[in-house]
Design a protein around this ligand. Structure first.
Ligand code: ADP
Length: 231
């Protein structure tokens, strides 16, 4: 079963730049996909259109039964409930504790207090941070902050987890730990994962599907792919 079906998508920014050209691809439920490409190749644009931060200029994006490209702004929350997003710079709320950062994601969807507590603690346990619930983000190392961001992104049990350069600020060892965590979430929870990255070592080690973009074109799409040379 496919989770995402992208057909003939183009993204043209207001300044005339064509960031994505005639893109068509499908992503199956439960897949783990790397999106790679040099700077300016369209990775962020691709990621952003999946969570409707930007709208494609033409084409279709069907995600979990929703037509993302056509979705009204007032209905975007329906899409956002199906997915979690993790960013390079973590984007935690500095004045909230680790626990509160994760719980906040559930408060936003109106869960009750008991459910919020159970699910938040479970997500924090899964990322190995159950002993740091009362700390504030600036008391944690980068890798730990990213784990909190991952807990927050999965606490609602989304179908899709979108990660935009999640290891971009981390050293190689922490980066590998984060990707191993994502791999285990993919395997144990069945969450589909799409991860944009520059990290050649990780891509070559994990042997997942690799989609390569160059100047807004899809130039390679391989199962158990490798980091594409020369991008
Ligand atoms: P990547 O994430 O691979 O570095 P981007 O998706 O950020 O690539 O950018 C793809 C192209 O679109 C680049 O030429 C970039 O300059 C351009 N671009 C990105 N965002 C905008 C924007 N908001 N307005 C205009 N052009 C943009």
């Amino acid at each position: 079963m496919e989770l995402i079906n992208i057909q003939d998508v183009n993204v043209r920014y207001k300044n005339g730049v064509n960031a994505i050209h005639d893109l068509s691809l499908k992503i199956k439920k439960g897949d783990f996909v790397f999106v790679i490409g040099g700077s300016g190749s369209g990775k962020s644009t691709f990621i952003k259109m999946l969570y409707r931060e930007i709208k494609p200029s033409s084409g279709k994006i069907i995600l979990g039964g929703l037509n993302v490209a056509k979705l009204r702004n007032s209905k975007v929350y329906k899409l956002r409930r199906k997915l979690g997003v993790v960013f390079q710079d973590y984007r935690l709320l500095p004045k909230l504790t680790v626990y509160e950062n994760v719980a906040f994601a559930l408060e936003c969807v109106g869960a009750d207090k008991k459910e919020i507590r159970q699910k938040s603690l479970k997500a924090l346990e899964l990322v190995g941070l159950k002993n740091k619930t009362r700390q504030y983000p600036d008391q944690l190392a980068g890798g730990e902050q990213q784990r909190v961001a991952i807990a927050r992104a999965i606490v609602n049990n989304p179908k899709l987890l979108i990660c935009d350069e999640p290891t971009g600020n981390l050293d190689p060892e922490r980066s590998m730990e984060i990707v191993k965590l994502l791999d285990s979430i993919n395997k144990t929870m069945g969450t589909t994962i799409i991860m944009a990255t520059h990290d050649e070592i990780i891509v070559n080690k994990m042997k997942k599907r690799v989609i390569t973009l160059k100047d807004g074109y899809l130039i390679s799409d391989e199962e158990k792919g490798k980091y594409y040379e020369g991008i």
